[in-house]
Structure formats: C-alpha cells, structure tokens
Write a protein that binds this ligand. Structure first.
Ligand code: NAP
Length: 280
C-alpha cells in the first residue's frame, strides 16, 4: 500500500510518518516546504497524480486558532480549500482521503461528550474553516475518513505542554483557566488510532482522543507534578483570559465508536502525558 502524508513536518505528521515507516508500506512524505501547498489545486493534482497513492492522510492545516481570526483568508485556503483540492485529486486516483479535523467544530454547549452525529456549530474562524474542510471532503470524495481530535501534544510542535513548561521555568505563580474542558491527546497515540482505522478499512467520521478529560488548569497541574515544578496556580475563568478567538468551553469527544468497531482503545491522557514527558 502507498500512503501519502501532507503536513508531514507538523506535530501529528511527524509522528505519523515515524509510525508508518516502521510498517510494510510505501510512505510518501509531502511537507509544506518546497513542493506541496494544499491551497493550490494544480500543484496538489500534479503531485498526487504523479505518486498515485492508495491513501492520503491530510495533516496539513493552519492551526493557530487566534491567528485564524485575523488571517481568515489563509485559514480558509488551507483548512477548507486544501481538503477540497486533496479530495478531488484522491478521487482521480481512486485513493482514500483521511482528513484530520477538530473538536472546535462544536460550540461546547452540549453538556455531554460529543458523538460523531452531533450537529457542529463552530465559534471561531478556525472551527468554521475546518468544518468547511470536512464538508468539502464529504462532497468531493466517495472514499473518506474524517477523524476529529482535540488538544494535541507531541514532540514536533509548539503545544500547551511545552508552553506550560516554558512559563514554569520563568514564573513561580501562574493564572490558568479552569472552565475550559477537553481531552489532551498525544500525537503518537492518535497516529496509532489513525493507522488502525485505515488498516481495518473504515470510512466515515470518527472521534479520537486520549481517554478522560480535564480543565486547562488540571492539565497544567499534572504537567507540573510530573516535572516536579512547584508552581502556585491561580484559577481564572475564560472571561478573564482575553484572546481573539472564541473557543468551546466543553469540547470533550465521545470516542466509543472507535473502540467499538476496531477494538482499539486510547490510553488515559495522564498516562500519555507521562510517556511524553519521560521521553524528554
Ligand atoms: N494542535 C491541536 O491541538 C489540534 C487539535 C485538534 C485538531 N487538530 C488538527 O490536527 C491536524 C494536525 O495538527 P498539528 O497540531 O499536527 O498541526 P501543525 O503542527 O501546525 O502542522 C501542520 C502542518 O501543516 C503545514 N501546512 C500549513 N499550511 C500548509 C499549506 N498551505 N500546504 C501544505 N502544508 C501546510 C505546516 O507547515 P508549515 O509549518 O511549514 O506552515 C505544518 O507542517 C490538523 O488538521 C489540525 O487542525 C489539531
């Protein structure tokens, strides 16, 4: 099987490539730098038709949620038009497209973990552009897998864990939001789940995140505990933390469908976080 990965130098893309290279597959790495910009249809078609992959995993995205508010044109080009271009090219070579999406397609008002059939209602430009990306994939492909995930951390990208460690090295006291709830997810574990879904030939929409959930504050507390940092944390609510994008307050994803159909179970986020931090 020939698998092409876009955004392959990003946080998820890097771990995915590492995983796939250990399998009996032909892996094609399509990083942003140089030859592959998902926003340009001709470029995407040319590259993909030259490789003729069986599966295309689209990890390319404009992921800076706050910048998406002020640079929404770029957000739509990368997050909405990009998946459309890839879906069109995938159809031309009979390939499956695997589109990575986000918990931010939901508004966070549900009061229970979101299942795949729940109605999206994004609050931010990032969430809206990613939802348009999902719909473009559904409308332009006969063979697709859409995987929504949340709160990613991994070794090849700037993420919340690294930001907290950086802040803790410079401060003894920190104010952290305690009313934003989600499920931190390790990109190494997400890559395993993605491969399981692909190998077992599933299609449609799936939610994939590490098990359990927490507030931003509880996440930070766990990071400091594992790192043995003594930080005095002041809880604040999200209205006290001003940022350009409006984000869902409770975007926990229900991932039971993944386990039910594949037998694959994501480990608890605390276990995944320990694995990540102990590797550093
Ligand atoms: N990070 C999270 O917390 C989170 C949560 C939920 C869902 N997701 C989704 O998970 C996926 C992977 O996220 P991630 O955190 O691994 O992202 P990331 O680290 O920001 O990586 C994204 C990659 O996409 C590339 N890219 C950007 N614009 C491109 C373009 N026009 N053409 C081709 N490549 C382009 C970037 O390259 P450059 O750096 O060179 O621009 C980068 O390598 C994305 O779909 C994201 O929306 C992420």
């Amino acid at each position: 099987m020939k698998v092409l990965v876009t955004g392959s130098h990003g946080m998820l893309g890097t771990d995915l490539i590492n995983l796939l290279r250990g399998k009996n597959l032909k892996v094609i790495d399509a990083p942003h730098e140089g030859e592959f910009d998902v926003a340009y249809e001709d470029e995407v078609l040319h590259f993909i038709l030259k490789c003729m992959p069986d599966v295309i995993i689209n990890c390319a995205a404009f992921t800076d949620v706050d910048r998406c508010e002020t640079e929404s044109k770029i957000a739509y080009k990368v997050n909405a038009l990009g998946p459309k271009n890839i879906a069109i090219a995938a159809k031309r070579c009979d390939a499956k497209i695997v589109q990575i999406s986000t918990d931010f397609v939901f508004d966070g008002h549900s009061g229970r973990p979101y299942v795949e059939e729940d109605l999206p209602n994004p609050l931010s430009e990032y969430g809206k552009s990613k939802l348009e990306g999902e719909r473009n994939v559904q409308n332009n492909s006969d063979m697709y897998l859409i995987v929504r995930t949340s709160w990613l951390f991994g070794r090849s990208g700037t993420n919340y864990v690294e930001k907290m460690i950086e802040l803790a090295k410079k401060n003894k006291e920190l104010s952290i939001v305690n009313d934003e709830i989600g499920s931190p997810t390790y990109t190494v574990d997400l890559a395993e789940a993605l491969w399981t879904l692909i190998e077992q030939k599933y299609e449609g929409i799936f939610h994939v995140a590490n098990e359990g959930n927490c507030s931003r504050l509880e996440w930070a507390r766990k990071i400091f505990e594992i790192m043995d940092y003594n930080i005095n944390i002041h809880p604040i609510d999200s209205s006290q933390y001003k940022r350009p994008a409006k984000v869902p307050l409770n975007s926990v994803l229900n991932c039971q469908k993944l386990t039910k159909v594949t037998g694959f179970r994501m480990r608890h986020w605390e276990e995944a976080l320990s694995a990540y931090l102990n590797k550093q």
